[in-house]
Design a protein around this ligand. Structure first.
Ligand code: FPP
Length: 243
């Protein structure tokens, strides 16, 4: 069945966020090291980015490395950082050919210098692209993000630049790393785990959640299409009633 043809392009989520989970288990099932799973995860990233851009999704955010991931063995962290640098470098041309802009959210200053440099280079290189924005969440956690937003607003109040009574949902949203991005309408998590894992807690207040059993390295465009089709069947009421 042609899943793509079943998608109503007039009712696409503008922003899709993905928790790419299951790389380690995918590798373990084959008797390989966890890092083998991450390497193959890149193929799933490539296919998903292409599918999202082709459909007309405007923002795709991928949870590539969480604040909590720093607790993993050093060898795995080093390999993941190397893989990120290599992949971002290698894909810059393809991003430009496909008119895709790269952005990153998270505590980026905590990433290795080489990783920061490569990110900055590709972000600058792709800044004028307009078909889709690919957002990598790196050293990201929602509690970290909300904490830094609160600090930022507190400093503004202390300096007399902001009155406490004027703090609103908008001022808070603007102090988050996702300022200027629409909130995700759809959040996908792979690998059969039913958790949010400290991802975009403020922004997903009204997102539709989609959990799929596939491990991330097996995720392909048809799985992405299935998630979109499922999203399009949902009745979104935002706390109201159906008119
Ligand atoms: C989760 O699986 C995956 C990660 C923490 C890393 C994701 C990274 C990639 C797919 C590679 C590069 C990505 C980009 C955007 C270039 P896990 O290790 O938690 O798996 P497990 O739950 O089975 O242990």
């Amino acid at each position: 069945m042609d899943l793509k043809a079943a998608i109503n392009t007039q009712n696409l989520p503008q922003h899709v966020a993905i928790i790419m989970d299951g790389n380690g288990r995918w590798a373990k099932k084959q008797g390989k090291l966890r890092t083998f799973g991450h390497k193959h995860g890149v193929e799933a990233v490539r296919d998903t980015v292409e599918a999202a851009a082709e459909l007309g999704v405007k923002y795709l955010t991928l949870y590539a490395f969480s604040t909590e991931n720093w607790n993993r063995p050093k060898l795995e962290i080093d390999m993941l950082m190397e893989l990120l640098i290599k992949t971002i470098h290698a894909e810059t041309k393809t991003l430009n050919n496909n008119n895709i802009r790269l952005q990153a959210i998270g505590h980026l200053a905590s990433l290795p210098k080489k990783c920061q440099q490569q990110l900055n280079e590709t972000i600058t290189n792709t800044a004028n692209n307009s078909r889709m924005t690919l957002v990598l969440a790196l050293s990201y956690s929602a509690k970290w993000e909300i904490t830094q937003a609160v600090k930022q607003l507190a400093v503004q109040v202390a300096k007399g630049e902001l009155v406490a009574q004027d703090i609103s949902e908008t001022t808070i949203s603007n102090a988050l790393t996702t300022a200027n991005m629409p909130d995700p309408e759809l959040l996908i998590r792979t690998s059969g785990e039913y958790r949010i894992s400290n991802f975009l807690l403020w922004q997903i207040a009204y997102a539709e959640l989609y959990f799929c059993q596939k491990l991330w390295p097996d995720f392909r465009r048809n799985d992405f299409y299935e998630a979109i089709i499922d999203y399009q069947k949902r009745e979104r009421r935002f706390g109201g009633v159906k008119s």
